[in-house]
Design a protein around this ligand. Structure first.
Ligand SMILES: NC(=O)c1ccc[n+]([C@@H]2O[C@H](COP(=O)([O-])OP(=O)(O)OC[C@H]3O[C@@H](n4cnc5c(N)ncnc54)[C@H](OP(=O)(O)O)[C@@H]3O)[C@@H](O)[C@H]2O)c1
Length: 411
């Protein structure tokens, strides 16, 4: 439907729509979830503009994996990789969850009969992201999930506050905290690109909580202010600084990498031992350059282009490492969820849309017009419902829990 249209002009509002679809049969290891709220992740931008690949190919591949896989290969894709909700029904093999349980859902979809899934499940041969590489995702009234995707809902949060965390929070946890990522230590300086975005807003909280110093990069004064409120002192406004890492489409400008490096040193006194990378082509050359000797660039994406170029001399001569990271295994997702339950990490929810306006919400994320995370109300009739632990909420503080909200209301 978007043939010949430039990427930025491919409009998710045209491809995403609401329709009733048949409820698939429940496998023994699965649960039906009544989805109270969900959230927009960048992967739904990719699905809705069919880039870099149409996700129907993923569904067809899953469709070849036996009776239960076959349910996913359909001419429609129920998208969405986050959810908070209530367990409605469980399959015969589910032991730890029951109807009525209030849950959040993480999106690591693994086959527990596959031996390659039994060390770090992100290394499994057929690891998938639910609602992106599988059907029956979270942007719906009803979702179908494996029982090993379930986690307890933080009781002090509303449905929409609880819904936005699992995907980005778990991804940032693995990248910053886990031994599978950068395993940050106290005193580390960490450069975080897109520090008020979906991933970045969690990343900076992990750096602060772990005794590190984040250097957040953002693109507006308002985002700088937001990060200061979150406790991030060193923030670089890349728009105000006007970095031009690329002279033209094919040539990078080392003097601009050097200028960023100087700005980081001026802010925190040394080169960052960890660079939290996801913009990709536009920034990777700079990221490799500014990382400290022996430092690590940990990357999980390439929003601005995945054919990456960097000067390898800066990598090998200074013994740096580039580490690929992707979502999180169940243990990491569970640990990340616990940081939300304990109030160490707050949800960066900035705006809430009704399910019917999912296309609009995805459009906002596609055009970088949002901050933090956008929530979507599914079965929850309005915002603010689902909170059962008011004591914890009061302890964390309404102001802190709503740090990202006033900015939306000001617009
Ligand atoms: N592999 C995984 O498991 C995984 C998980 C989650 C997300 N992702 C991917 O990671 C990427 C980011 O996700 P997100 O949820 O954080 O998205 P997001 O909410 O849109 O935030 C991304 C931030 O990156 C910054 N940015 C965008 N283009 C940039 C550029 N050319 N140069 C420098 N900064 C730029 C923007 O911040 P400023 O404009 O303020 O600088 C933006 O706020 C997406 O591609 C997503 O698909 C991967």
């Amino acid at each position: 439907m978007f043939e010949g249209v430039a990427s930025e002009d491919k409009d998710p509002r045209k491809s995403l729509h609401i329709s009733p679809v048949a409820t698939p049969e429940l496998a023994p290891d699965e649960a039906y979830i009544a989805v109270m709220a969900s959230s927009i992740n960048f992967n739904t931008v990719w699905t809705s503009i069919f880039e870099p690949l149409p996700t129907f190919g993923f569904l067809d591949r899953l469709g070849k994996e036996g009776q239960w896989g076959a349910r996913h290969a359909l001419p429609y894709h129920v998208v969405g990789s986050d959810a908070s909700g209530v367990v409605l029904q469980v399959g015969s093999a589910v032991r730890k969850w029951k109807p009525g349980d209030r849950v959040t859902v993480h999106c690591n979809y693994v086959d527990d009969q596959d031996p390659s899934a039994h060390d770090d499940s992100m290394l499994a041969d057929n690891q998938r992201i639910w609602g992106f590489e599988t059907n029956f995702g979270g942007l719906a009234d009803l979702a179908v999930v494996k029982a090993n995707q379930l986690m307890p809902k933080p009781t002090h949060l509303s449905w929409e506050e609880a819904a936005v965390n699992a995907l980005c929070n778990s991804t940032s946890y693995r990248m910053i905290v886990s031994k599978n990522g950068a395993a940050m230590r106290q005193g580390d300086k960490v450069l975080v690109w897109g520090a008020s975005g979906g991933l970045g807003a969690y990343a900076v909280q992990y750096v602060l909580n772990g005794g590190g110093t984040p250097v957040g990069v953002v693109s507006s004064e308002e985002k700088v202010r937001l990060l200061h409120e979150l406790g991030v002192e060193a923030v670089i406004d890349r728009k105000a600084a006007g970095y031009k890492f690329w002279k033209d489409e094919h040539t990078q400008d080392e003097s601009e990498w050097r200028r960023l490096g100087k700005d980081i040193r001026a802010a925190v006194g040394e080169d960052p031992g960890i660079v939290f990378e996801h913009p990709g082509r536009q920034t990777m050359g700079a990221s490799v350059f500014v990382a400290a000797r022996g430092g690590m660039i940990v990357t999980c994406a390439a929003t601005s282009g995945y054919m990456i170029e960097y000067d390898n001399r800066h990598l090998w001569m200074k013994l740096k490492t580039i580490k690929g990271s992707h979502f999180a295994n169940y243990r990491e997702a569970w640990a990340a969820n616990q940081t939300i339950i304990d109030g160490f990490v707050v949800p960066p929810l900035s705006a809430v849309f009704p399910l019917e306006e999912t296309g609009e919400a995805v459009y906002e994320v596609q055009h970088n017009r949002h901050e933090g995370k956008i929530g979507v109300l599914c079965l929850a009739p309005r915002e603010g419902l689902g909170i059962s632990d008011h004591v914890t909420r009061e302890r964390i503080g309404e102001d802190r829990l709503r740090i990202f909200r006033p900015h939306d209301e000001e617009k």
